[in-house]
Design a protein around this ligand. Structure first.
Ligand SMILES: [Zn+2]
Length: 352
């Protein structure tokens, strides 16, 4: 709003104020002058929410700093429209180029918020037709820049607070891939849905201090024993296989999480991991049938040595479930819920 108010002062001073208003210093102390002037401006500004102001609002880009996470400090840049900014990695930080002169700090200056341990400075510079935001951060800190696919008007810039911001790591294992579509119904393939959900989890986990490693990030076939071997080699804190169920008849639907505990191996950990994920999914989707925790000797949870589970998120063979699974926001919410379950499990198991 600041920018607008200043703009209005300029416009106002000469047209709307009664003549002689600029001579007030003779009658009032300075403070009083300012208050009076401010009142007038606020009044005019609130009456003035017309088309002109809307256009300005639509072009503005706001910047916020979030220092709450123990792992990352974040600069969040958002506008009304999808933002395309050009980011360059300089020696002491990032340089972001905006196409227009439209950075607004919101109600207060973002420079006041630079109080974390990693972000050292934020500065806006105007050069010709462009505006540059310079973000200086501590040297060598890992940086992630990403957009949320549901909110492409928001850009997240995360700068690690420590050299290793990942006290935990998990393997995400989207089922099937390549020639192996998994379940296929009416042109909807299990392999595509599970890959989409898994990829949506990456930054949600990383924000929580959990590194996400993938058995596949693209539509390619990976052998089951390669998935299990990968996990046994990397030794993650958890292994999460993501699938969509299917049945020979249409009626079965709902969500289940599978585990395998041969001779009670990791019984407690695997049950807790499965419980946390299943509960989180049912909390997010309370209307879906809750199959609870089931036991099965699926290859990837049978031959992995770390706490491992396999999620069957809905039935592709059921018309209602299928109608849900094709929706972007459902997959986004599933990603969020599974990530939350993983986080709960990891943090409960590492309290002391
Ligand atoms: Zn499957």
């Amino acid at each position: 709003m600041k920018f607008l108010v200043y703009f209005l002062i300029a416009a106002l001073g000469f047209s709307n104020l009664p003549s002689g208003a600029l001579d007030m210093d003779i009658q009032y102390p300075i403070e009083k002058q300012i208050v009076e002037l401010q009142d007038t401006i606020n009044m005019i500004a609130s009456e003035n929410t017309n088309e002109e102001e809307k256009i300005l609002d639509a072009e503005k880009v706001f910047i916020e700093i979030d220092t709450d996470s123990p792992y990352w400090e974040k600069v969040i840049i958002y506008g009304k429209h999808e933002i395309d900014i050009n980011v360059k990695n300089g020696k002491q930080g990032l340089v972001m180029e905006f196409p227009k002169n439209f950075i607004v700090n919101g109600e207060r200056s973002f420079k006041d918020e630079v109080n974390g341990t990693t972000i050292l400075d934020l500065e806006v510079t105007n050069i010709d037709n462009h505006q540059y935001l310079f973000l200086q951060h501590k040297a060598d800190m890992p940086v992630r820049i990403y957009k949320d696919s549901l909110e492409p008007n928001i850009i997240h810039i995360a700068i690690a607070k420590t050299l290793n911001p990942y006290p935990f790591k998990v393997i995400l294992d989207p089922g099937h891939g390549g020639f192996d579509s998994g379940a296929s119904h009416f042109g909807v393939h299990e392999k595509d849905i599970v890959l989409d959900i898994a990829l949506r989890m990456e930054h949600k986990l990383k924000d929580l201090g959990i590194d996400a490693i993938y058995s596949r990030r693209t539509d390619k076939f990976v052998e089951l024993h390669d998935r299990a071997n990968m996990s046994n080699k990397i030794n993650p804190d958890a292994f999460i296989s993501i699938h969509i169920n299917a049945a020979p008849i249409e009626s079965p639907r709902g969500i289940a999480t599978f585990l395998y505990t041969p001779n009670g191996f990791q019984k407690k950990e695997r049950e807790e991991l499965a419980r946390a994920i299943q509960d989180s999914l049912i909390e997010e989707f309370p209307d879906w049938k809750d199959w609870g925790i089931l036991r099965e000797g699926f290859y990837v949870i049978k031959y992995t040595k770390n706490p491992s589970v396999l999620v069957e998120f809905g039935f592709l063979s059921n018309p209602e479930d299928r109608a849900m699974l094709v929706k972007v926001d459902v997959r986004e919410r599933a990603a969020k819920a599974i990530a939350k379950g993983i986080d709960i499990f990891l943090k409960n198991n590492n309290d002391g």
